[in-house]
Design a protein around this ligand. Structure first.
Ligand code: MG
Length: 481
């Protein structure tokens, strides 16, 4: 059997027998529990951060995070679309496990279930102050809002910024006004384009004010800017500043927001006490042409099971705990953050099944640390199991994807039209072939069989609509009958 397939299992077994202290356990005795800030941008592709090769704009603060922290080159979101990806980040579960798929909208009557444990609720167990600014997108009805899911405070929009009456393709009346919320109160019932220009700045200001107010106690803040998701907006300060167009300007403003947070931490001497995480909810929305980002050489983008949809830039910084200037090439995914952070602060995981595993040794840069998952990752689209990965190998199952290849490109906020892309049984070695260009299915029957067997395990548990398999342990979302 291929060694790459065996390593994750080996490391899982080793981790089981090692005492916790041997795994570079975080030092909780040293003082206050660590603060945690998660910045989760929207549709920012793998190639849209300078440290990952992005050229659209200068991003000195993200460069600084890479220089002073750790860069994760093989980091994945659970599904390549907004709501599903956020549900997974906040709960440590595959989104189909908890009944969230696609992108919820103003007509959705469901949301993140009240029985799920969110990151915010995890931190509440330990008495943290918790706050959020940005796009929620896990149910817009009052009973699903962030303040009902563990956040002390919330400022932002309930779903995507393009779900509004100004959408260039919206039929009249198809979208209600897009509200701006503070906690559960409507600050403004209908945002205008000029309002959207200020959102990234306002979110950053909220984050900084939260840090200022809670500097003397442990805190968790979730900053989820709705940029660079279309429609693109930027404040006057960054208009025309990138010299590459509006998308580059927007990236500069996101970088500025990161800088505001770094500065706030430094001003309160909280650098050594704060884990700062930066990532994105999915890859670029390629149909938007010059208003979409770049997957940085990965294949395809948002809404597909190719790496361009699921693999996103990720940086983590915690001076003294995470080695500065280091790079992690091991696979890692958003669902592993909740159990890793639970271990970090000594919080309890929920009793119901979750899918993530503690990967703290990888975050901390422990030499030889490996991803502990047996099958690393299941690429679901809603409840279609479109691909599976173990070690360096990724197997696609026959399904229909979408591509902009050969299509007229979108421009200046108007999308082009995807064409269907039939995908067959395709096997790729991601170590040598990140672009998923050389199908080795015919040459590697043993690996193919191993990946098939792993997929079968997932189908028996999470189900698979592509092969007509019902789930056996999935839970319903909030608001479902
Ligand atoms: Mg998104």
């Amino acid at each position: 059997m291929n060694r790459a397939l065996l390593l994750p299992l080996w490391s899982c077994t080793l981790a089981w027998f090692l005492p916790a202290t041997a795994l570079t356990a975080p030092n909780r005795e040293a003082g206050r529990p660590p603060n945690v800030i998660v910045i989760y941008t929207d549709d920012q592709g793998y190639g849209d951060v300078g440290a990952f090769g992005g050229k659209a704009a200068r991003m000195p603060n993200l460069d600084r995070m890479a220089r002073e922290g750790r860069k994760f080159t093989d980091f994945h979101v659970a599904q390549a679309v907004c709501s599903a990806s956020r549900a997974a980040l906040l709960t440590g579960c595959y989104p189909n496990r908890i009944g969230i798929s696609g992108a919820l909208g103003p007509k959705s009557t469901h949301g993140l279930g009240a029985n799920e444990l969110t990151l915010a609720q995890l931190f509440k167990q330990k008495g943290y102050a918790t706050g959020m600014a940005g796009k929620w997108h896990l149910g817009h009805l009052p009973e699903f809002l962030p303040t009902r899911r563990g956040f002390d405070e919330f400022y932002g929009i309930p779903y995507s910024g393009d779900m509004w009456p100004y959408h260039p393709e919206a039929k009249p009346g198809s979208y209600p006004p897009l509200p701006l919320l503070e906690n559960e109160h409507t600050l403004k019932p209908g945002l205008e384009p000029a309002d959207q220009e200020q959102l990234t700045v306002q979110y950053a200001e909220r984050a900084v004010r939260f840090i200022n107010r809670h500097k003397d106690e442990p805190f968790f803040f979730y900053l989820a800017p709705n940029m660079p998701h279309v429609p693109l907006f930027v404040s006057d300060r960054f208009k025309g500043k990138s010299e590459t167009g509006l998308f580059g300007d927007v990236l500069m403003e996101i970088d500025w927001a990161v800088g505001e947070i770094l500065q706030a931490l430094a001003s309160h001497k909280l650098d050594q006490d704060t884990l700062l995480i930066f990532s994105s909810d999915n890859g670029p929305w390629l149909s938007y042409g010059n208003h979409a980002g770049s997957a940085g050489g990965l294949r395809e983008g948002k809404g597909t099971a190719f790496e361009g949809g699921h693999r996103v830039p990720c940086l983590m910084r915690w001076p003294g705990r995470i080695p500065a200037g280091s790079v992690c090439d091991e696979p890692l995914m958003t669902i592993d953050l909740l159990p890793s952070l639970a271990r970090l602060i000594g919080a309890e995981l929920p009793k119901h099944p979750i899918d993530g595993l503690d990967v703290w040794p990888l975050l901390a840069g422990q030499p030889g640390a490996r991803n502990p998952h047996d099958a690393y990752f299941f690429y679901y689209n809603k409840n279609d199991l479109e691909a599976v990965r173990a070690g360096d190998w990724k197997l696609h199952f026959p399904h229909k994807a979408r591509t902009m290849e050969g299509q007229p490109q979108g421009r200046d906020g108007l999308p082009g039209k995807y064409k269907p892309l039939p995908v067959g049984r395709e096997l790729y070695n991601l170590k040598d072939d990140r672009a998923e260009a050389r199908n080795l299915a015919a040459d590697q029957p043993e690996i193919l069989a191993r990946l098939e067997a792993l997929a079968e395990k997932a189908r028996a548990d999470l189900g698979d609509d592509l092969t007509g398999r019902p789930p056996t342990r999935n839970r319903k979302p909030g608001g479902s009958q």
